[in-house]
Ligand binder design. Structure first.
Ligand code: PEP
Length: 256
């Protein structure tokens, strides 16, 4: 994936309040700096809870840390009577570059299907946020449909109505590998990420497919990232548990 700048994205999930988030980001930035990390070569992004975003953004801004910011979800609506929801406009105002959409914990825990995911992708694009669209099969779906069918279907559904030239990121996260310690083989990740890239080509055209970063996620650690990053169609990782430890996450970002 030499033509694409790899993206290492840390999904904190519902962990770390804003003070803990500040501490983690400081430690991460210092660890990367001490290691002479080249942020031009690899992009590192953090996805804190909503309540941390303002503090983390202020810190990144004040200390000029080379870290991108993302949110874990957004409303499909822009504003109004949607108690508890968060508008993409508010995320954009906090300098979020990215927003996760369709994480398996939202698909299963909040009943978000292809239609909701598509509406949220549209909202992200309306507000100038790059959607990080999470796709992946459950263990049962793996047995029934094989490796690529579900992620490819979810990718096509999410990209319906998206115009060519719109930047998107797709994260292939087999549900059975998220937070379980079970990990896909690099070869399987490559097979599925390649199939996802073909789905992006169908939806947005070959040029967009060549530019789109497709990530692998699911129990990524500093000890297994290199195998994934050697695959031609794997352009980075979406990291959950291991992103909560600055040294471990920095180790993942320094996969080379
Ligand atoms: C995730 O939440 O996106 C994830 C991949 O989690 P973990 O790295 O803990 O498996």
């Amino acid at each position: 994936a030499t033509e694409r700048r790899p993206l290492i994205a840390g999904n904190w999930k519902m962990n770390l309040d804003h003070l803990q988030g500040i501490a983690l980001v400081q430690k991460l930035a210092w660890t990367l700096k001490d290691a002479g990390f080249d942020s031009g070569a690899v992009e590192v992004a953090v996805f804190p809870p909503f309540t941390d975003l303002r503090s983390v953004q202020t810190l990144i801004d004040a200390d000029r840390y080379a870290l991108a910011l993302g949110a874990q979800d957004l409303s499909p609506h822009d504003s109004g009577a949607y108690t508890g929801d968060v508008s993409g406009a508010f995320l954009k105002a906090l300098d979020c570059a990215y927003v996760l959409i369709g994480h398996s914990e939202r698909r299963t825990g909040h009943g978000e299907g292809d239609e909701v995911v598509r509406a949220k992708v549209q909202a992200a694009v309306r507000h100038g946020l790059v959607p990080v669209i999470c796709v992946g099969e459950t263990e049962a779906e793996l047995e029934e449909h094989g490796t690529s069918a579900v992620p490819v279907r979810q990718t096509k559904a999410a990209l319906e109505g998206v115009a060519a030239g719109t930047p998107v990121v797709i994260a292939y996260e087999p549900v059975w590998a998220i937070g379980t310690g079970k990990v896909a083989t690099p070869e399987t990740a490559q097979e599925v990420c390649s199939a996802i890239r073909n789905a992006v080509a169908e939806a947005l055209g070959d040029a967009d497919a060549a530019a789109t970063r497709v990530l692998y996620g699911g129990s990524v650690k500093s000890g297994n990232i290199a195998g994934f990053m050697r695959q031609p169609d794997v352009d980075g990782a979406l990291v959950g548990g291991a992103s909560l430890d600055a040294a471990e996450f920095a180790g993942i970002a320094r996969f080379r």
